[in-house]
Design a protein around this ligand. Structure first.
Ligand SMILES: [Mg+2]
Length: 377
């Protein structure tokens, strides 16, 4: 199905959020003592609206920085802009602002903003047409498959059995922290995993080629689904190729890759699992376009770590792809994921039901927006 009604944009609100407290995953970039996030609310001239999310996990005030860019640089270009397909807005903004972002050295920040806007444009377009995403695409299954992610080394006993009970069968472990070992964590998780479930590991770009080769050789016996970001996302292509050919552990990457060409190149080099983040690059439009160009043996398992708004967008991509795609869902406590929206994130039989109401994502609750709102001085 295609969008076929012109929509005229009337305004944009950037809404920085922050969740305090709770347990955060231990990240390669540091701890997350609080969880920053950034939502976008677009409105059209008829009063209809759409919600999106821009990736803003790091640095701690990324949400405020990007909110300022949306208000100061982007908003004026959107007012009175008419579009039929969300891709048209992306093209207009790229043609008007790509040199601006090149000049200020923030091209990837521009990509994050374009991705978040695309989510909001899809939500607005679907809401305006009165159609839920699953019906717009004519999907038989109205759920997105999920896998359990960001399980800290110290929380294996807590989260693996808990999420196995929810029907999840894939568990992703954070590794690359010396104090916990690598093989040791995987060995421990293997014992905890029920029969039929599988493990994958994420070392968050922390290894050199030599380290990655050695560690993956050590991990081959565990029949991992994949090893995520075993190299820096910008490691040269020969290194990726060399690593792929040195191990039988399937390789995954994507949360730090930008551009369709770069994703296709990674697939060419033998990366078997691509993990674009819907709030970081491409939004719904470019990721769905990318999926159509990939060979069948390459899987797309969306990366995600943020609020319920982006989470539902990422789940929608998995649902659109079908059975072969599983979307990442953080196991750690985060009210931005669990308390923000009208429709809760509830994992049942390993999957999450997508909204049946018009739009892409469920609407954030007013009281949650106010409770989680960033208190900007
Ligand atoms: Mg990762």
């Amino acid at each position: 199905m295609k969008f076929n009604r012109p929509i005229k944009l009337a305004g944009l609100s950037a809404i920085p959020l922050r969740a305090e407290g709770g347990v955060s995953p231990k990240m390669a970039l540091g701890s997350m003592p609080t969880r920053p996030a950034l939502l976008i609310r677009l409105q059209d001239t008829s009063g209809c609206y759409g919600w999106g999310e821009v990736w803003a996990n790091f640095p701690p005030r990324a949400n405020i920085h990007k909110a300022h860019i949306l208000e100061d640089v982007i908003a004026s270009h959107l007012n009175n802009l008419t579009f039929v397909d969300p891709r048209e807005v992306n093209e207009v903004l790229r043609s008007k602002l790509s040199i601006y972002f090149l000049h200020i050295g923030q091209q990837q920040v521009f990509e994050h903003i374009l991705a978040g806007l695309d989510i909001a444009l899809w939500d607005l377009s679907l809401r305006s047409a009165g159609v839920p995403f699953v019906d717009f695409l004519g999907l038989k299954s109205k759920v997105g498959n999920t896998y359990a992610t960001s399980i800290n080394a110290t929380d294996l006993e807590k989260f693996i059995p808990k999420h196995a009970k929810m029907g999840q069968t894939f568990f992703k472990l954070k590794i690359g922290f010396e104090e916990h070992g690598t093989k040791e964590i995987v060995q421990k998780a293997t014992v905890l995993c029920p029969v039929g479930s599988k493990i994958m590991v994420d070392s968050n770009q922390s290894w050199s080629l030599n380290e990655a080769t050695t560690h993956l050789r050590d991990l081959e016996q565990y029949n991992l689904v994949f090893a995520e970001e075993p190299l820096r996302a910008d490691a040269n292509f020969c290194e990726w190729e060399q690593l792929v050919s040195s191990t039988n552990v399937p390789i995954a990457a994507g949360e730090n890759i930008y551009g369709e060409h770069a994703f296709l190149r990674m697939a060419d080099l033998g990366v078997q699992y691509l993990q674009p983040d819907v709030a970081k690059w491409g939004g719904i439009s470019a990721i769905l376009d990318l999926v159509k160009k990939l060979p069948d043996e390459v899987k797309v398992w969306p990366h995600f770590m943020g609020t319920a708004v982006g989470q539902f967008a990422a789940l929608s991509i998995s649902a659109a792809i079908g059975e072969s795609s599983y979307c990442e869902v953080d196991v750690n406590e985060n009210p931005l994921r669990t308390q923000l929206c009208v429709q809760p994130i509830k994992i049942q039989n390993g999957s999450i039901a997508l909204p049946q109401s018009p739009g892409l994502v469920p609407e954030p609750l007013k009281q949650s927006l106010s409770f989680l709102n960033e208190k900007v001085a």
